[in-house]
Design a protein around this ligand. Structure first.
Ligand code: G
Ligand code: G
Ligand code: MN
Ligand code: NA
Length: 258
């Protein structure tokens, strides 16, 4: 059994699908967008978690095809929702980009062509990048980010707080949003949460100063939500609100908010 070999045929055979996790405004729970998350249901092994197949796809180079497949299918789904609902036109689709994808010089061309093909306006796409993905190849990553940004594409820094960006580096990045890593959120509202509270407070302050929005990821409890509310964190994502949803359940949620 070789998962790496399986992955290429799996993509062709329809073993992959995408789930969509809602991202909401704090307080009103108004839907602002979804994060597209790849899922692999292996015919004999059952569901394989992304923590297993994403690193494998990165090592083998399959991430290029998988990443393009996720982008195209997530945007197609958003286009379908937009055709069915005015409310869907306000929403963004967030898609994760991995380090390895930045190595491709024509990445921006592929992304712009996919927007064109699916008919989704560029400003409804929000690409999630990590600090380390950008810092590993800063010249080419910055070039790609800047070209896409000029075309209207938005960017979030994913897992924020786990990397090592200085304020100066952050200021140079053409990003719109910081997503505070789940590890900080999970400690909020617990006995020993002083350090995490201070970190989230600092991230919110930094974001305000740089005119960025903040998403708390992995919100699971009411206590965490109370802390985030006191810290004036703007947006939330997590199991407390919604797990990643199949596209039909996501469309139902959009319809509820019409
Ligand atoms: O869905 P889950 O929480 O298990 O995802 C685990 C990790 O896999 C997360 O870090 C998420 O960013 C990553 N991931 C999920 N889907 C994709 C994808 O389409 N592309 C990339 N690069 N990473 C993904
Ligand atoms: O690294 P990234 O932020 O892309 O990871 C997103 C992952 O986090 C997805 O795999 C998603 O399933 C997972 N996730 C989303 N909300 C929660 C949550 O509330 N708790 C936990 N433990 N994981 C979550
Ligand atoms: Mn993400
Ligand atoms: Na994250």
């Amino acid at each position: 059994l070789n998962l790496e070999n399986d992955m290429r045929s799996a993509l062709k055979d329809g073993e992959f699908h995408i789930e969509y996790q809602p991202i909401l405004l704090m307080g009103t729970n108004s839907l602002i967008g979804f994060e597209a998350l790849a899922r692999w249901n292996h015919p004999t092994r059952g569901p394989i978690p992304p923590s297993e197949f994403i690193p494998m796809a990165e090592d083998s180079g399959m991430i290029m095809e998988l990443g393009q497949w996720v982008l195209e299918n997530a945007l197609k789904t958003l286009a379908t929702w937009r055709a069915q609902s005015e409310r869907a036109k306000d929403l963004f689709m967030a898609v994760n980009l991995s380090t390895r994808q930045f190595a491709k010089a024509a990445l921006h061309t592929d992304i712009l062509a996919t927007l064109e093909k699916t008919g989704v306006p560029a400003d409804r796409l929000k690409l999630e990048v990590t600090e380390s993905a950008v810092m590993e190849n800063p010249e080419s990553a910055l070039r790609t980010l800047n070209i896409l940004r000029e075309n209207g594409v938005q960017f979030s820094i994913d897992d924020f707080g786990t990397g090592y960006s200085s304020l100066t580096q952050l200021q140079r990045l053409p990003v719109d949003t910081l997503k505070v890593d789940r590890s900080f959120i999970s400690r909020l509202g617990e006995g020993d949460d002083q350090e995490s509270t201070e970190i989230v407070k600092a991230v919110v302050a930094m974001a305000r100063c740089l005119d960025l929005s903040v998403v708390a990821e992995g919100v699971e409890t009411g206590k965490q939500l109370d802390s985030l509310s006191r810290l004036n964190c703007e947006c939330v994502q997590g199991f407390l609100f919604h797990e990643p949803l199949h596209d039909s359940a996501a469309m139902d949620l959009i319809a509820e908010q019409e």
